[in-house]
Design a protein around this ligand. Sequence first.
Ligand SMILES: [Zn+2]
Length: 404
Amino acid sequence: MNQHDQRLGRHIPDPVRAQNRKAIVDCLRRRGAAARIELSEQIGISPATVTIITSELLEDGVIREEPAAPDRNEAARGRPRTRLELNPDAGYAVGIKISMHQAAVSLTDLSGDILGAETIPVRANRDAPEWIADICVQQVQKIIADSAIDPALVLGVGIGIPGYVEYPSGLVRWAPVFSERDVPFKEIVEQRSGFRTFIDNDANMTALAEKWFGVGRTFPTVLVVTVEHGVGMGLVVNEKLYRGAHGFGAEFGHTKIVVGGALCRCGQRGCIEAYASDYAIAREANILGPSVDTDDPIALQNRMRQLIRQADDGDEAVISIFERAGTMLGTGIANLVDILDPPVVVLSGARAQSARAFFSSLRDAMEANSLLGADQTVDLRIDSGGDEVWARGAAALVLEETLI
Ligand SMILES: [Zn+2]
């Protein structure tokens, strides 16, 4: 087998080589540095194949050698074992996260460390997609110039956007940030920036961030639920992001929790988002006054901060609003837990630091409504990394598409 692999060398058919490259990069992502023999044992491919593939990856600059301190046995043999690791400077990724009130632009290296970041105010639903693309690309150019990196080393641009994004065509079928449907945003940014561009639903991007740099390094399957202006979901199954048959997967915010229930901004009724998102909470709080325009992202953000403070200070009416929202979302997550049986659920997004009442009712509803037994727990984690999560998600998206 080894000789066979060696003889084939670089003539190994491309799909097999691509698969082996992916397996090695994935293994180094999960474990950190590893020796060639460890890679062979972990992945189950021959040492000769590992040698061939790692030589290519070293040549490409994707990985680098990390001379490790020799252990006693190796020192006795006089041959310290060289470990390999991902090379953070092999390239850079640009991230763009479009939200209702801002576009966050970032530049990261391949370990997800942020080299530069800027946010630009946008008026969701009012500014044209081309205008948003123009100001984002200007910021991209500025950050690259400020960081003094070689633009030729930028592997690509990763964009996260809330809504229905058709992957990989990059067509935004519907997004609350655009007033029009079917926006070819990937193409618009690609033409303006000159970089390879990838666009995905923002929750999918968060799930990729968890896969590459977060809990996904320990768990091969991760369910991520994002809560902010909307409710989103990303699912990594056995190391792979699940996108479904049409590239829309996995949508959660617009699944129905109450038949014929509250009106959602997607136009349908009873969606989880119509109960658990920021606008839904603020909409209900409008009854208590003062009333705010829930379509105004800045007013909504300020109102949410105020409501969280009121709830944490013991205002019972406001607490009841957060409890209801938490119960709805917790029940929805319990349904997901029953369908998917994930080992870990990560709650992410701007409202990961929300009111205490929201989380306690969410956790209670999740535990009460899922069919898991008392001895079968789901690890519920809160990721409050803020904008860093998006930047890492964008880096992960670019890595997935260009590195392996
Ligand atoms: Zn909806």
